[in-house]
Design a protein around this ligand. Structure first.
Ligand code: ZN
Ligand code: ZN
Length: 247
């Protein structure tokens, strides 16, 4: 089965390079192969990795020389339901464009870049810790039907393969089809998300330690609402991994 999948993948890649020239899809200048997700080395180098100092809770990076661990003012004012959230890179314009094209235009060739970024930080941080399952942020079924795939689910599958932690797509569901949140402020997003997720009956999450996965974290309202629903269903601890996050 694995061999078949691998050979299919190489056929798909060969097909892609036949259809698309091996040109970076971000800058349009340099060479980039399908295996590189059509993002060239120069553009990759411009992605801004998140490095300390950052909020111990939500992972938001800060400028300056803070050496002690700290929680940011947002997390102190309004404690999120997750124990901690981490992201690989800052949601710069380039990164947001990659994510938007991946998500809305099905630019699936970007997936290797996103998965690689995701894994880069997750693998060492998760090593030596016990986590029971990976839960992708669910889409509402009407949205999933429109888009035909859930980007969080695809990233969760990749993280699962790399870490051997199983995914659980039947832990929570999105019960309210929330409108896009891009125009909303922090407060509005939180109100919007409050009852957006609910656990599946008999999800059996008692005492579980769960990793929530999404593509981008903006204010953390969505992932915190997911974590809240998981904890209401008995999860002992929830952490969050995203590819990118806003600052
Ligand atoms: Zn480029
Ligand atoms: Zn914070």
């Amino acid at each position: 089965m694995q061999a078949l999948v691998e050979s299919l993948k190489s056929w798909v890649n060969a097909g892609l390079s036949f259809i698309y020239p091996e040109i970076c899809q971000t800058c349009g200048n340099e060479r980039a192969t399908p295996a590189e997700g059509f993002v060239c080395a120069t553009c990759r180098a411009q992605l801004r990795r998140i490095v300390p100092p950052f909020c111990n809770r939500c992972g938001r990076p800060f400028e300056g020389a803070i050496t002690t661990t700290f929680d940011c003012a947002d997390c102190r004012d309004d404690e999120p339901h997750f124990s901690w959230a981490r992201a690989a890179v800052i949601a710069t314009e380039t990164m947001l464009e990659i994510i938007a094209r991946y998500k809305y235009q099905r630019a699936l060739w970007f997936e290797p870049v996103m998965a690689e970024l995701r894994m880069e930080g997750a693998r060492p941080q998760l090593a030596g810790q016990h986590w029971d399952c990976i839960v992708p942020v669910p889409l509402h079924r009407t949205r999933q039907r429109e888009r035909e795939f859930n980007q969080a689910q695809r990233l969760a599958t990749r993280l699962s393969r790399a870490t051997d932690i199983p995914t659980n797509n039947r832990a929570i569901r999105r019960v309210v089809a929330t409108p896009t949140q891009t125009q909303l402020n922090r407060e509005e997003r939180r109100a919007n998300m409050r009852r957006a997720f609910a656990p599946y009956g008999g999800a059996g999450l008692d005492g579980q330690r769960i990793i929530v996965v999404d593509d981008v974290l903006t204010t953390g309202a969505t992932t915190s609402a997911c974590a809240g629903a998981l904890r209401a269903a008995g999860a002992a601890e929830v952490c969050v991994w995203t590819v990118a996050r806003g600052i």
